[in-house]
Design a protein around this ligand. Sequence first.
Ligand code: SF4
Length: 402
Amino acid sequence: MSDKPHDYCGIFGIYNHPQAALMTYYGLHALQHRGQESAGIVTSTIDQIKNRSVMPMHKDFGLVLNVFDDKSIFTQKLHGHSAIGHNRYSTSGSAANATNIQPFRVHYSKGNLALGHNGNLTNARQLRDHFINEGVLFQSTSDTELILHLISHSRKQDQLDQILDALSKIEGAYCLVILTDDKLIAVRDPNGFRPLALGKLDDSYVVASETCAFDIIGAEYIREIKPGEVLIIDRETINGGDIKSHFLVGRTFISPGQESRDLKVRTKFNTVKGVIEDRPVIIVDDSIVRGTTSRYLVNMIRQCNPTEVHFMVSSPQIVDPCFYGMDFPSPDELIANRFNRDPERIAESLGVDSLHYLSPEGLVAAVKEANPKGQEYCTACFTGNYPVPVEAGVKKEENELI
Ligand code: SF4
């Protein structure tokens, strides 16, 4: 793990493909960089002997290649024309707990339901307290299970209404793939914190955290799923053509909380002394979080006797935690805070002659062209202005249940 913000988890979903599980496997393989702790696939099919809908599942700790290293998993087990898959990088819930491996699959009054989640619910603690008071039993320590409880406890009659009802009660950063007995549902939170894309492969539809999952199976990218969009893909979509969408409206109150973790430098660099010696060196990096990696890198370069070392950072100073799913250390570990947000002091601590950051305004201006509609961007970790309010005094760690 590098000393960088880390994007969490990869999700994939496919509807109406004769080899849905295999396509999902390839998709997860392409998304492996988003999470290496565990991987899982759930499919939807009819059990011919029992004549009822079932959702076979295979999931385990490890990389996609290892979890699905037995061909019979696809030929004997994961039958069906629709599937969802998940690569996990733990955002909430203990990483070592096997019950936290996704997707989650349950059977309840409306049939089978499976869910894969990328992100963090910022009101998870309140929801969990509520359900605990109601006597609800939890199998995992993951936020994701809360969404399933919200769906099964909804008073709505129709399953889709139950899902929409549940979604109206969750807050934070999330992308979801939900598999029902007859639908694939893809959801992106109203702020669009996490990415989710829609694609097409022959007569099937696919959704994935990143389009690299489309490239590997030869699917065509259609569009990104919009912030707050609940996209419903079913038989009618395949025969009628139009994909139905609902839109979620963001709520205003949040109780945040998520784990923080001790990031350790694992990155290895090599320097060529002949190139660096007696020359000025400029290091360009996309961010400095704790400064551990940067300091290590500067030391290596200094050993090659450059005349000067300057550091240019293509983001503003990171000064506040992200409550929307990016993995930052706690505020007092951030190098900007440790040195009073003073670039000269930070430069001194890193051992460089000068240090320059992009300003928050500069960052927003730099991406203006890609944002013709003038959509607001979150800059909370650079400015402390949280687009979805965060309850005062709550630490990121407080929501973590191990
Ligand atoms: S606080 Fe906002 S800008 Fe910073 S990492 Fe989180 S979502 Fe992105």
